[in-house]
Design a binder for this molecule. Structure first.
Ligand code: SER
Ligand code: ZN
Length: 501
């Protein structure tokens, strides 16, 4: 690693009659602090020009030149203030040249913002940055750029690789009543209706099925495990996604939230007038009158729960903490044209979150799976399977990781066979829910603690109701006569179909 920084300290007035050399006498000690002997940063060049001190600072692995610059600034500031009543107004850097070793050669060139130039020679990377301000230097953005370059190269190696997937359990093959596409059939019969982008209206029959399923989840999973209901916000602000890791990746899938710049009707009069006169909503003009996005609509459901416990210490009696939310929809901007109800932009999900000591989280994860087995085998009578996959939060952060060898921390996907998609072997099964032990990711990210220094884990399971409906109709059809007895008893009399003339 080799760093060369050309930078300046800018004073509140020109340094006349100031003996800069004597002020900097202690500098070599200061630039050496914390590094093995002789391996700290060094001042290679130094020139005083009116109100600025121009410096060239170099270093190897220890004491980055930008840290060195701030150490010098502190050293000088106190002396200059005391003796000459001069302050240091700013710091800036004309250029920053960084050479570092990579673990593996890049497969192709890559781009990174803020770089004036980036070159690779085998496993060596040469990065040139220019015109950097104090904030950039101070926030250690340079080191983050180095990590990001390494991350981008690593990504080149696993591009195109599939996410981790390992079958862990499978039900027996079952006989299904048909092989029709549930979305098409339900649409034809008016059970559901498509509304714009990946959004559906669920009529009385589809809603009754979904609500019955929700009740099954309450009766067979949440009540037996004493899970309390909470209401989690559905508008999620950046602070949450910074801590959950979603801010690292999601931008192409977010439905953004932009509040108005003003709620004063006067400010909106032109918009109103244009609409009243032309019948068109002037969206471009609206764009000028709204603020930058403050976040987006709920994406993964559980992250906006975490501020509730963030920075707190949980008592032993409170653990494992078990809560669930079903208070509204989550939204994801999906790609491509219209999909069926298996891939929607606005979806309904129940999510159960638990927090506790590692053993408690592990134990609950196992119990939850037992309850699900009972629901899918005995009540819904589905053909389904479970697979151990890349943890959902890693996938959502755009990371691919090897799975935990012990198969404790990570996500279990529940997948069902959809006969309309083809053979069991060749068709894509539908992931209709998941259950994860998320390890210490969330307690760490949101700084949640237990007594002493005991480690906390958390888990969550998301139940996708549109997907449950899709799986059920795909395997069982629309005639209640063919539905499993346990389910028929719970749903009671199905509402009449609504006929349109
Ligand atoms: N939060 C998890 C996910 O987004 C479970 O719902 O998949
Ligand atoms: Zn979750």
């Amino acid at each position: 690693m080799k760093f060369t920084l050309e930078c300046s300290l800018i004073f509140s007035k020109p340094l006349k009659d100031v003996d800069i050399d004597s002020l900097l006498q202690g500098s070599s000690d200061v630039l050496q602090r914390g590094a093995p002997k002789g391996q700290g940063a060094r001042i290679q060049k130094l020139q005083l020009k009116d109100d600025r001190l121009e410096l060239t600072i170099t270093s190897g692995r220890y004491v980055r030149p930008h840290d060195a610059l701030f150490r010098l600034k502190n050293l000088l500031a106190s002396e200059l203030g005391k003796k000459y009543h001069i302050g240091i107004r700013d710091t800036e850097a004309k250029s920053y040249l960084i050479e570092f070793e990579l673990e593996c050669e890049p497969k192709k060139d890559l781009e990174i913002i803020y770089a004036k130039k980036i070159d690779f020679k085998g496993k060596n990377c040469i990065l040139l940055l220019e015109d950097l301000d104090e904030g950039f230097l101070k926030k250690n953005c340079v080191d983050r750029m180095i990590s990001l370059i390494k991350e981008k190269i690593q990504k080149q190696y696993y591009e195109g690789k599939e996410e981790y997937w390992e079958l862990i359990w499978s039900s027996i093959e079952k006989k299904h009543v048909w092989s029709k596409n549930p979305t098409e059939v339900m649409e034809e019969r008016g059970w559901i209706m498509h509304r714009g982008r990946g959004q559906w209206i669920f009529g009385p029959i589809a809603t009754r099925i979904i609500k019955t399923m929700e009740q099954i989840v309450v009766d067979e999973l949440l009540k037996p495990l004493s899970v309390d209901e909470v209401i989690i916000p559905k508008a999620v602000t950046w602070d949450v996604w910074k801590k959950s890791g979603h801010a690292k990746n999601l931008y192409g899938e977010i439905y953004y939230l932009c509040p108005p710049k003003s709620r004063d009707p006067k400010q909106w009069e032109d918009v109103v007038d244009i609409y009243k006169i032309t019948g068109e909503v002037p969206t471009k003009l609206i764009k000028e009158k709204i603020k930058d996005p403050i976040g987006g609509m709920s994406y993964a459901q559980c992250p906006p729960f975490w501020p509730y416990v963030a920075g707190k210490t949980l008592s032993d009696e409170a653990m494992p903490l078990k809560v669930f939310d079903r208070s509204g929809t989550s939204m994801r901007y999906e790609s491509g044209g219209i999909h069926g109800i298996e891939r929607v932009d606005e979806f309904h999900r129940i999510e159960f979150v638990w927090i506790g000591y590692p053993d408690q989280v592990k134990k609950l994860h196992k119990e939850i799976i037992k309850h699900y087995k009972h629901i899918f085998n005995e009540i819904l009578d589905l053909e389904w399977r479970m697979a151990f996959v890349t943890p959902w939060f890693m996938a959502q952060e755009g990371l691919l990781d090897l799975a935990d060898e012990k198969k404790e921390i990570g996500t279990i996907d529940f997948e069902a066979y959809l006969p309309y998609r083809g053979t069991r072997k060749d068709s894509e099964w539908l992931e209709f829910q998941n259950a994860s032990n998320n390890g210490d990711k969330y307690p760490k990210g949101f700084n949640v603690k237990a007594k002493g220094s005991n480690e906390l884990y958390s888990g969550c399971t998301g139940i996708g109701l549109e997907r449950w409906l899709s799986v059920f109709i795909a395997q069982k059809g629309i005639d209640p006569e063919n539905w499993p007895k346990e389910f028929r008893e719970r749903i009671g009399t199905v509402p009449n179909e609504i006929r349109f003339l």
